[in-house]
Design a binder for this molecule. Sequence first.
Ligand code: NI
Length: 220
Amino acid sequence: MSVRHDRSHSVDRRVRVQGKPVDSYPALPPEAERGSVRRITVVGEGILSRPCQEVTDFGSPELSALIDDMFLTMHVADGAGLAANQIGVDLRLFVYDCPDDYGIRHVGHIINPILDLPDPGSRRLVDEFEGCLSVPGATMAVLRTDRAVVRGLDKGGNSLAIEGTGYFARCLQHESDHLFGHTYLDRLSKRDRKDALRQMADHREDVFARRAVKAAHLGR
Ligand code: NI
């Protein structure tokens, strides 16, 4: 998911890494420092419309390296979340570096996540704008619940539950959708989908140019 530009950057430094509070975390996380930039897939490519495979091999250097690459690729693209199939890898995991509505920054990865939404009776839906790194240059309002939990595993195979509110809850739902082979375009009316694709056609080259500049700036 892409970062939201409509709110000022919070001065609140609170951070949660893998769901646990920490005093601070570098703007460019250590995972990203270790990673390589990978090409981000674009809507229309088959891998984005197929459900991803469960991860079965934990604690491997390959899995750590994949997470590092996903972190750097997300940062170079100014993303708030990135699913593995967005770098062409058919596995159920995503990474995130995303603010919530209380100024808390959430950073981490989750593997084989199961999305747990509030009961229909107690859920509050919000219709706010979101974008996707695989739909470069477009943003549209999408209806999402304002709370979400994902339960899954970390790269060592330890169980993990990540809770989100506001924009971070939106991110958790958006990334979970990717792993089922869906983008947010699938949640739009035909007319809004056309609008989003038109925005993408108009702006994608600018977005690609910005990513190239940021990658060069980071020396990648
Ligand atoms: Ni996305």
